[in-house]
Design a protein around this ligand. Sequence first.
Ligand SMILES: [Zn+2]
Length: 717
Amino acid sequence: MERPVYCHGWLRGRPNCHPVHPMKHMGIIEDLERNHATMLSWSIMGGGAISLPFLEEQIYGEVPPQLRFHGYMNEKEFNEECLKRGILPFAVIYEAQGWEFPVVLNEEETEILEMNILRSGEDVKWYGLREFTNNQYHKLFKKKFEDYFPGGLYNSDGENVTDLWTECATKDMYGNPTHCRWVEVEGLTRTCHGMCRNNPVWREYLKKNIEIIIDAGARAIQLDETETPICLFGAGGCFCKDCLKQFRVYLRNLKVRGQLPKEMEQFDLETFDYAKFLRERNITWPRNFSSIPFADLYWRFHVETHNKHFQELVTYAREYAGKKGIDIKVSGNFTNMHLLYLPSLDYVDCCTTELRRTVFKRHNWLRMAAGYTQDKPVVLAESPYDGFMPKFVELIHKGKADDYYRLFMMEPAVHGISMAFPYGAWMGNKTKDSFHAPYKTGEEVQDFLYYHDDLFSKKSGANVLVLYSFNSYMQNDWHSGQGENLFYTDADDLLSYSVTYDNRAPEMPFFDITQKMIEKQIPYDVKVLGDGDLVPDTFSIDDLSQYDMVVVPGCDWLTENQAGVINEFAKSKPVYVYGDFAQNLADAVDSLKEQPYSVVVNETGEAPLKEFIEALSAGYDNFRIIAYDNANIYIQKAITGRGMVLHLLNYAFDKEKYKTIRQSLTIDIKLEQFKHISTYTLSGEQIKYDILQSPRQGFVRLKLYDVPCYGAILFHS
Ligand SMILES: [Zn+2]
C-alpha cells in the first residue's frame, strides 16, 4: 500500500489559508522519511489560483538567509529533495479557486510587504487573478500576462480577456460570481471566486499552470476540485455563459438522438437560457433540487461535462510531459468516492478522496471505495466539516486520542485503503488549527504499516458480491448528503458519532443493506456496474466466479447485459434483490423471479428491509465463512501472498481513561489448512490465542485473548 501524507504543512493553532501552503524545510523531509512516506497529497505549488507569476515565485523564489539557516527551501528544491528519497509529492492545482488578496506594497510596487494577514492595514491594495490579467502590479514578479499568453486569451464570445477573475468565475442564476465558501477563512478575506472549468479560458489557464509545474520538476499532479463547477452548486452556481451555451448544445444533441424531454420540444434551443427560465418562475437554485424543472437534466449535463474537461486536462498533462520524455502520475480528488467521478477512473493513477464526513465505523463505505477503485491505490483524507475532526484534534492536544488515532489510521488500512498521514492537514475555514498525528503514536502506526505492508490487501476473499449501479445511484449518491445529520451522544467520545438521514435525503438502499450486512458479519465485495455510456459495461459471469451469493440493492436501472448476467447466476446460486430492479427493461424482474435461486423483495421501507435482511442472513448461513462472538470487534479478512489475514478492530472503549478496553473473542473461520499462525499488534506484542479446533470440516476455531485496539492474525499458507 501507499503511505501517503496529507502534507498541507499548515501551522498549529493558525487558520489554514488556501491556496498557499507554508514554506517547507529540511525538518519536514526528515519527518516524512521517518514516517516512511511514499507520496504527498496537497503538498506543493498551489499558487496558480492567485497568479502564474506568484506560482513561479513559490517554485523558484529566493529564500532569505534567515530561513536558509533553518533549512527552508523553495518548492522546486523541496520537490527534488523528496524525489531523491523516493517520496512523490503531488503538486496541487486548485481547479475551482480564483483568488484576490489584500496586500500592502512598497512605494515602487516592486515588493509585497504584507499579504492576506495584514499588520498595518494602511494603503491596502488587491492582488490576484484580475491584477495579473491587467498587469497592474507586474513589477512585483517582473513578469507580465503576455509572457505567459503572448497572443492574449479570448473567451467563447471572441472577446479579449482583461480580467480572468471575473471572466472565469462561476455565476449564480442572477449572474453574480459565486464563492468557494469552504476555503474563505472567517475573519480574513472573502475573495475566492469559484472558477468554472466549462469556460475554455479557464482551461487554457490551467493548462499553462500544468506546464509550469511540470517544467519545475513535478512528477505528479493532483487536480483538486475535480468536479468544478458542480462543487459550486450549493453556493448557487453555475450559470455562466459557457455553462448555458454548452447546455444548449447538450439539449440539441439530445434532440437529435430523440431523447429530449417532451416538455422541452417547444423550446428554441438556439437561445434557451436556463438561468432566465428559473428566474421567470421565481425558482431559487438549488433549493428543493428534486422539484426544480429540468434540474436532473442540468445535473446530468454537468456530470458529463466535468468528466470531459477533467479528462482533457489529464490528457494534456500526460502529453505535455510525454513530449519531454517525462512520465507523470495524475490524481484527482474523487470526494467521498461519489459516483459522478467514475467515468474518469481510468484517467488517474491514484484515487485521492476526501471524506464527506469523518466518523468511525463506516466499513460499508470503505468496502464500496475498495470496489469502486479496483486495483488503483486509494488515498483517503479526512474532512474537517460536520464530523468529529475538531473534537479529535482537541483530544490529540490533550493527549487523549492515541487509541482513536490508531483506529483512525487502521480502519481504512484493513480494506487495503490508505488513510493519509496527517501532517498539518486541513481543518476547514472555521477551526483555527491544523491536524497532526500524535507524535509517537503517529510513528508507531507508520512503522507498522511500513514493516508489515504484506499483511494488507484489497483482496478480501469474501464470497458475497454486492452490486452498485452507476446509473441507478449517481444522482442520489451526491444529493443524499443534503439530508445527512451528525449525531453523537457524547462529544468527547468519538465512537458515539454517527450520521442519520432525514426526509430530504434520497433513499440509498445500497448503504442501508450493506450496513446491515456488516452488522450481521456477512463479508462482501462491491462491484460498480457501468451504464454502458459514460462508464463502460464490462460485467460478465466471470466476475461472479468466486462468489456464492449476489446482492442487488436498489438497482432500478441496468443494462440488458447486466440483467442477463444476474439472471444467469440465479439459475444456480442465490441472488437477493431489494427494491426496484432494472425498471428500464421490460420483463427483467419477472424473468428473474422465475429463476430457482432468486429472492426478490420489491418494496422498500423499514419492514421490507427487515424482512430482506433476515432472509439474506438466513440464506447466507449456508455459505458462512466467518463468525465471531464479540460485537465490539470488526473483522476484515485479507488474502495476501503469505496467507490469509484476519484484521481485528476493537471498538470497546473506556470513556474515562480514553483507552481501548481489551477484548477476548472466539472466531470460526473457514480454512482448509494452514502451516502456522503469527499474530501482530501495533506495539509489537503478541496476541495470546488457543486453537480450539484445527481445520475440521473446513473450519478453524480460534480463541483470542486481550486484543488491543488493532490486531492481526496471519494463517501462513
Ligand atoms: Zn459555468
